[in-house]
Design a protein around this ligand. Structure first.
Ligand code: HAX
Length: 434
């Protein structure tokens, strides 16, 4: 497979860079762990490595150096008018090189050979109580698949650590191949009368996901391609990526690590934000009986702020501009869904809320983030089970996290083990500085 051949050529230069920095510049200070950072969730502390992506405060996420508009242009697509294959972006994250269409299709063919879900996984999903959250089911299914791990078997049969990356890659391909089928199975078991749709080998990986969810509108195929593209990676400090990296650093295999990462993604402060954004929009529309005017949006935004709540979908811990992931979805919506009332409301909110937040004067970034738009697009296509939205996010984010894991094994990244201090020790340090 071209993907593996390309990676094999990267091993030596990547290892050389990593080892050179570690050995010869290990004492150079990159940042300071102040008491504020230790007690503040390490916000902004430069303490992690991430080769797959970098979040620029102005330009937004760069995938292996490529900002979103550039990556959307460069990566192979089913046809010029379509969105790129998310698996092509995964190839880029893994190797640092923009793949050709043939290389992406070869990877997708390999994934088709691995997309079946073993019966024991289906049995586990079906055994759970019917009100089990879809993210719990998703994480359970991934964990159950751990018995398929080649990485686990390789480690325990004594494969040299320099070769473990091949098994991390193999597990990652197997896992990513299966995730849309697991997600679609959960979706249709819970919300579509337990009637399931088989994958279509003629479709690409992302379009197949859309197909198995139950909608064969080619624009919906593109929406799913776009969604899975935009949520793939956001550096390594966010909860899901960091969890995946941490768990894998103990040489737990990619199934263990991704299951754990999904548990972090399920948190309301991480992957659930998009459903809150959509709720805010729908409640506003209900209050005003349809698409609100700009004046009504302004009034509603101030009511939200004055009651001590935040405006969901606006602001960001790192970004200081409109999130390019928001812009990509806005562009998509303008092209295909401009008449949808919920989408129209989301677009008008963009013309009003940044000024309100600027006047309010608290948020460092008054511009929208990715979550402000994504729910409205899924809602248009009849996916109105909000609790399922995080599963889409999870399918996508698993690609970014596994790409980082393969890198970790190439350079033999060590087990993560920061040192902790007590409050009494921090007090002593603080007093010593007075
Ligand atoms: N509405 C109102 N107030 C806001 C705000 C918003 N959208 N965004 C930030 N603020 C407030 C903060 O609450 C904070 O107030 P206090 O000083 O009273 O605590 C102040 O502005 C400074 O915050 P900040 O430094 O600008 O933002 P943070 O880095 O602390 O937080 C958040 C970033 C994304 C959590 C924040 O902007 C927020 O709560 N936004 C709304 C929820 C949201 O959209 N979440 C999704 C984020 C996207 C993501 O990463 N998803 O995975």
């Amino acid at each position: 497979m071209k993907l593996k051949e390309k990676l094999a050529k990267k091993l030596e230069p990547w290892r050389e860079d990593y080892n050179n920095l570690r050995k010869n510049y290990g004492d150079v200070v990159a940042d300071e762990a102040t008491i504020g950072k230790i007690l503040g969730g390490m916000r902004g502390l430069k303490s992690l490595l991430c080769e797959t992506s970098y979040l620029d405060p102005i330009e937004g996420i760069r995938f292996r150096g490529h900002p979103i508009p550039e990556a959307r242009k460069l990566l192979p697509k089913p046809s010029e008018k379509n969105e790129p294959y998310p698996t092509g972006l995964w190839f880029l994250l893994l190797t640092g090189e923009v793949p050709t269409k043939d290389e992406v299709l070869e990877l997708e063919e390999e994934m088709k050979k691995r997309w079946d879900i073993p019966q024991y996984v289906i049995d586990i999903l079906r055994a759970a109580p019917t009100d089990t959250h879809p993210m719990t089911l998703f994480s359970m299914a991934i964990l159950a698949l751990q018995r398929e791990s080649q990485f686990f078997k390789a480690y325990h049969s004594g494969v040299a650590r320099n070769e473990l990356w091949e098994y991390a890659l193999d597990d990652s391909i197997t896992l990513i191949a299966k995730l849309p089928r697991i997600a679609a199975y959960i979706f249709r078991m819970k919300y579509r009368g337990d009637i399931h749709i088989e994958p279509d080998p003629k479709l690409d990986w992302a379009a197949n996901f859309a197909h198995m969810l139950g909608d064969d509108d080619p624009v919906f195929y593109d929406l799913i391609r776009l969604y899975l593209f935009l949520h793939i990676d956001h550096e390594s400090g966010n909860v899901s990526a960091h969890t995946g990296h941490l768990v894998h650093s103990a040489l737990s295999d990619p199934f263990y690590a991704i299951s754990a990462a999904m548990d972090g993604l399920a948190g309301p402060l991480h992957g659930l934000a998009n459903q809150e954004c959509l709720n805010w929009i729908l409640e506003m529309m209900e209050k005003y009986g349809g698409v609100p005017t700009k004046e009504q949006i302004e009034e509603y935004a101030w009511d939200t702020l004055n009651s001590g709540r935040v405006i969901p979908g606006y602001g960001h811990a790192v970004l200081r501009q409109t999130d390019p992931r928001y812009m990509a979805q806005r562009e998509f919506a303008q092209k295909y869904l401009a008449d949808d009332p919920v989408v129209k409301t989301v677009m008008t909110v963009y013309e009003v809320v940044p000024d309100v937040l600027k006047k309010h004067g608290k948020a460092k970034n008054p511009w929208p983030n990715v979550d402000a738009h994504s729910g409205s697009l899924l809602y248009h296509y009849g996916i109105r089970e909000f609790e399922f939205y995080t599963v889409f996010f999870g399918v996508s984010r698993s690609m970014g996290i596994t790409a980082e894991m393969v890198y970790d094994r190439i350079v033999n990244f060590p087990i993560e083990r920061p040192k902790s201090l007590t409050i009494a020790m921090l007090k002593e340090i603080a007093e010593g500085k007075k």
